[in-house]
Design a protein around this ligand. Structure first.
Ligand SMILES: *Cc1c(COP(=O)(O)O)cnc(C)c1O
Length: 392
């Protein structure tokens, strides 16, 4: 099956539900068993059946099946948020005394999780340059358990050479975890590129409508899946069936939405590049982006999220620009149908590399509006940036 077909058909079996197209949202804590023998038998397979609400329901299982099929995994575990997936995956494979190699451009809450929680649990984290490629070999120690990647990286959008990194990691016995959220399950096929564990903040493009929190962890080994489920259950992560329902509902249109996000993002990014106030647009789909060659080799598309470096502007000028946008709303998260913008200067924390851009920077999510309207909103915003300059 082609991926666009899998998007529509995976994790779905209408005949199981009286012919109803969508898997219903099962609200469940208690699941009952007719006999003691049945109860015992189900306990042994509790991560792969309907046993107790915390471990899942038929709705969460349907989401897991669909995402596994799309990512090319055999198993997937749903979590109550993307951060739940990040933490759950790391906690499954790390123990006291282990060493973790973490990409310097990682999503900031993941960085904080490593620097605070993993540190307290006796796991050491070393940050590495996202552009390190096969050079990662020099950083791998005998106790390095995981090489964690996120590509393109948060805010600065550097593309990583995942196959090169995975080659070295595997040669030295380390696992490769990837936060694959930017690409969604459609634009980067993790397992054929050497990834062992693929993480999605499903809150973003899978849900796609800014109305639910969800995460997923996909793997190709059943024993890893069982270990992940055990971690999630032990920490008490219960994924809501209503949320899983919304995730499945969003997933069905993922391909159509992403095609449009990509087309509009490319149009807006290309336009922005030609504006005098803009120093550079950070979007690997642009032909002159430093990550373009790797992106072309490894990705099958680009989503709607990118960075913009402005040449100049004080915080006050940037606020004057952003406070009066009419279509771009300000807010965290992304991947919904609507366009968003946030200032990123100051939010970019790096320790293994240096981020030297002096001017302000923005992160844009290009939604499903007409790109001409988005461009008009941005042009008026860039005009305001200048107005404030004249005031001074
Ligand atoms: C949003 C995000 C997360 C966390 O997802 P939540 O659902 O908000 O917890 C993790 N990684 C990346 C790259 C993200 O953008």
């Amino acid at each position: 099956m082609k991926q666009d077909t899998t998007v529509v058909h995976s994790g779905r079996d209408p005949q199981r539900f009286d012919g109803v197209v969508n898997v219903p949202a099962y609200r469940a804590s208690t699941v009952t068993f007719p006999t003691v023998a049945d109860l015992k038998r189900k306990h042994a397979i509790r991560f792969e059946t309907t046993y107790y609400g915390r471990y899942g329901t038929p709705t969460t299982a349907a989401l897991e099946e669909a995402v596994a099929a799309l990512e090319g995994a055999t198993h997937c575990a749903a979590t109550s948020s993307g951060m739940g997936a990040v933490a759950g995956a790391l906690l499954t494979f790390l123990k006291q005394g282990d060493h973790l190699l973490m990409v310097d451009t990682v999503y900031w809450p993941t960085r904080k999780f490593c620097d605070v929680f993993l540190k307290n649990f006796g796991v050491e984290t070393t940050y590495y340059d996202p552009l390190i490629g096969a050079g990662i070999a020099a950083l791998i120690r005998p106790n390095t358990k995981i090489v964690y990647c996120e590509s393109p990286g948060s805010h600065t959008f550097q593309v990583q050479d995942i196959p090169a990194i995975a080659g070295e990691a595997h040669a030295k016995g380390a696992l490769v975890l990837l936060d694959n959220t930017w690409a969604s399950p459609l634009f980067f096929e993790p397992f054929s590129k050497g990834v062992d564990v693929s993480i999605q903040a499903a809150t973003k493009y899978i849900v796609g409508h800014s109305d639910a929190m969800l995460g997923t962890i996909s793997v190709r080994q059943r024993d890893w899946f069982l270990a992940i489920k055990d971690t999630l259950g032990s920490f008490g992560y219960a994924t809501g069936s209503e949320e899983a329902f919304l995730g499945l509902r969003g997933l069905r249109t993922l391909s159509a939405r992403l095609e449009r996000h990509q087309r509009s993002a490319l149009a807006v990014a290309t336009w922005l590049q030609s504006q005098p106030e803009v120093e550079r647009v950070l979007y690997p789909a642009l032909p002159d982006d430093p990550g373009h060659a790797l992106w072309t080799r490894d990705f099958t598309g680009a989503s709607g999220l990118f960075g913009v470096l402005l040449k100049a502007g004080t915080e006050e000028q940037v606020a004057h620009m952003l406070d009066h946008m009419t279509l771009f709303a300000m807010g965290y998260s992304w991947g919904g149908y609507e366009s968003l913008v946030i200032p990123t200067r100051g939010a970019i924390e790096r320790t293994a590399t240096q981020w030297t851009h002096q001017g302000p920077s923005l992160r844009l999510h290009i939604g499903l509006e007409d790109p001409a309207d988005l461009i008009a909103d941005l042009r008026a915003g860039l005009d305001r940036l200048g107005e404030k300059a004249l005031d001074q």
